[in-house]
Design a protein around this ligand. Structure first.
Ligand code: IMP
Length: 183
């Protein structure tokens, strides 16, 4: 790991700060149209979705409740381990509530499938999932009902909350990481 500026390791920028801001604001409005008669629990999947979540909740103009859940499937590599590690449960009592799961990126879809199965056991009123990025070529699960910010090709991306081995989350844009950093 080269301790210089983080963006030297970026091959190209996929979405700039401005593009992300515009799209997140649209997503906030779309969600509000769906939930204006409810007070949903919006659950941020830690840690990757934290930056997206912070912007999305401010683009959502209705009442909502904060929550944070801890799940990971990647460890410190660049491909899914295929196993889900459940680290932190909901703080709210979600029984009978509308729950919105906020993810950073959907790759195979295993994490979202796992969370939806978990919520079936919690007697929630409804479940909606929203992810900023959708690696549409990589899905192994059926994810038709979910909302997304952007569709991207199968490339390893970092920034705006997304990491490689814990780094690059603080970049304000989403960029493709240079292969030489991880190969
Ligand atoms: P899935 O369970 O295979 O859909 O993987 C979802 C999780 O993998 C995300 O929440 C991320 O933590 C991680 N992930 C997938 N693709 C990337 C990427 O390109 N960059 C950083 N993390 C990724």
């Amino acid at each position: 790991m080269n301790i210089t500026t983080a963006d030297r390791d970026i091959e190209c920028i996929l979405y700039t700060e401005e593009e992300i801001k515009k799209r997140v604001s649209e997503l906030g409005e779309e969600l509000y149209d769906l939930y204006k008669d409810s007070v949903p629990v919006m659950a941020c999947v830690l840690k990757g979705a934290s930056v997206f979540y912070a912007d999305l909740v401010r683009a959502y103009k209705g009442h909502m409740l904060f929550d944070f859940i801890g799940v990971s499937s990647y460890g410190s590599g660049t491909t899914s381990s295929g196993r889900i590690n459940f680290k932190k449960d909901f703080d709210n009592d979600i029984k009978g509530k509308d729950v919105i799961i906020v993810e950073d990126i959907v790759d195979t879809g295993l994490t979202l499938k796992y969370l939806k199965e978990l919520l079936k056991t919690r007697e929630v009123k409804s479940v909606q999932t929203i992810a900023l990025l959708n690696k549409y070529e990589c899905h192994t699960e059926d994810l038709d009902t979910d909302m997304y910010g952007f569709r991207i090709e199968n490339r390893f991306v970092v920034g705006y909350g997304l990491d490689y081995a814990g780094y690059y989350r603080n970049l304000p844009y989403i960029g493709v990481l240079k292969k030489e950093v991880y190969s």
